[in-house]
Design a protein around this ligand. Structure first.
Ligand code: PLP
Length: 418
């Protein structure tokens, strides 16, 4: 029997569970909106221009987001998964290819690779940060490697410089999966445009939210054009709607004008919200520093701004007389302090084996390939970390000071019990 995590839910479901466990007056409801969103939505509604083909709201947001991320080009898309599909499509990933990914991520990072009939190859994580370890990336490079996806997990940034340098050395493009990392910075610069392409999500639980939504950023003009065509069912930016000639395969992954308007309005609050999350994170750091056995995830040296989509720390049962993480999470839940155990080890999930056994994969790679794959994709650090991690969500970090006071008292009580 596979071991299950205490809570291991998709991001959107987790947000709902967390909201249920929360004390409403201490954690603000999410999303935050006011007249700005109402005005933006009403304007689009009344214009009758609801798709990006004839409206201006998506294009206006793209300009804003390109500026924010310091990218030459930004393309808004239907969601973060679509952003990854566009990036991999632009790079021409396909059957026979390998794409290096971290195992500590949401399944979408891996699903996007599988949609192209390529094979995800896991580079294990650094136990101190839970970000992908560049040494493990180097070990996984083979002649089949066609891309590396670096995930900025929880809004932190790992050793991006080393991963980008590895990509350059081996001529392998790097994609930043920054779905959780709006406003995160590496060496003082916004994440997104440091590799070939960067991908963001604006799904409902994210720090920047339009219900569903995503974006691809790049500094490469040719890639930006291909990205546009890919997300627009193969039609280039300047191709008139009446012209039916196509250069590449694509899909319809467009964002609506309503979401474009929502995002521009939401952008007016992200700085203030990010500051509040950072302040709360510092307070939680201080509280945890007093409890041996609860260790906040380290922020890598070049991560000059952590976006705190999640606040992650490690729970070591041995330091609490063997009381399990599941018991600890129950203790917090009883006190209306919503926390989660986060991801299950992705490399052990059955979807991989089941996908590799399909006709297409067997045809493209053969049986022996996957036996070898299993041996080199064990990722013991990830497995251990998945069993010990604890998450607070970004809305928890927007909570009232009283919430942090409660957390302090609750941790002290847990410590005394032992
Ligand atoms: C790391 C990561 N990549 C990709 C995605 C996919 O984004 P979306 O849910 O908008 O498709 C998510 C969403 O949770 C994510 O956390």
């Amino acid at each position: 029997m596979r071991r299950r995590q205490f809570v291991s839910l998709p991001a959107f479901q987790y947000a709902t569970e967390a909201a249920r466990a929360a004390e409403p007056e201490l954690i603000p409801s999410w999303p935050v909106f006011d007249q700005r969103e109402e005005d933006g939505l009403e304007k689009v509604l009344k214009s009758g221009k609801w798709g990006r083909g004839n409206g201006g709201a998506v294009a206006a947001f793209e300009q804003q987001y390109a500026k924010l991320t310091g990218s030459g080009h930004c393309l808004a898309v239907a969601n973060g998964t679509s952003a990854l599909l566009v990036a991999l499509g632009v790079l021409g990933i396909g059957p026979g290819d390998e794409v290096i990914v971290p195992p500590y991520t949401f399944i979408a990072t891996v699903n996007a690779v599988l949609r192209f009939h390529a094979v995800p190859v896991f580079a294990d994580i650094d136990p101190a940060t839970l970000q992908m370890d560049p040494k493990k990336v180097a070990e996984q490079i083979t002649p089949r490697t066609r891309a590396i996806i670096m995930v900025h997990m929880a809004g932190g940034v790992g050793e991006l410089g080393e991963v980008v340098a590895l990509g350059r050395k081996h001529n392998i493009p790097v994609i930043e999966d920054a779905a959780q990392a709006h406003l995160a910075e590496w060496q003082g610069k916004h994440v997104g445009p440091h590799g070939a392409l960067g991908c963001f999500s604006f799904q409902a639980s994210k720090n920047l939210n339009s219900g569903e939504g995503g974006a691809v950023v790049t500094n490469d003009a040719a890639m930006a054009e291909r990205a546009f065509a890919f997300h627009n069912n193969s039609r280039g930016r300047t191709q008139p709607g009446t012209e039916f000639h196509y250069e590449m395969s694509g899909a319809n992954l467009r964002l609506t004008e309503f979401q474009g308007a929502l995002l521009s309005a939401q952008m007016s609050r992200i700085e203030g919200q990010a500051k509040k999350r950072t302040e709360t994170a510092r307070k939680i750091d201080a509280i945890l520093s007093r409890v041996e056995g609860l260790t906040p995830m380290k922020v890598a040296k070049d991560c000059t701004r952590n976006a705190y989509h999640l606040y992650m720390f490690r729970y070591e049962a041995a330091k609490f007389g063997g009381r399990t993480r599941a018991e600890f999470l129950k203790h917090l839940a009883k006190e209306k302090l919503p926390a989660s155990g986060g991801y299950a080890p992705l490399q052990d999930e059955p979807f991989l084996k089941n996908t590799f056994e399909t006709r297409g994969y067997q045809f493209a790679y053969g049986k022996n390939y996957f036996e070898k794959w299993r041996k080199k994709n064990d990722c013991p650090v990830n497995r251990k970390s998945c069993g010990e991690a604890v998450w607070f969500t970004q809305t928890f970090l927007l909570g009232e000071p009283e919430l942090i006071h409660k957390l302090d008292k609750s941790l002290a009580a847990w410590f005394r019990k032992g």
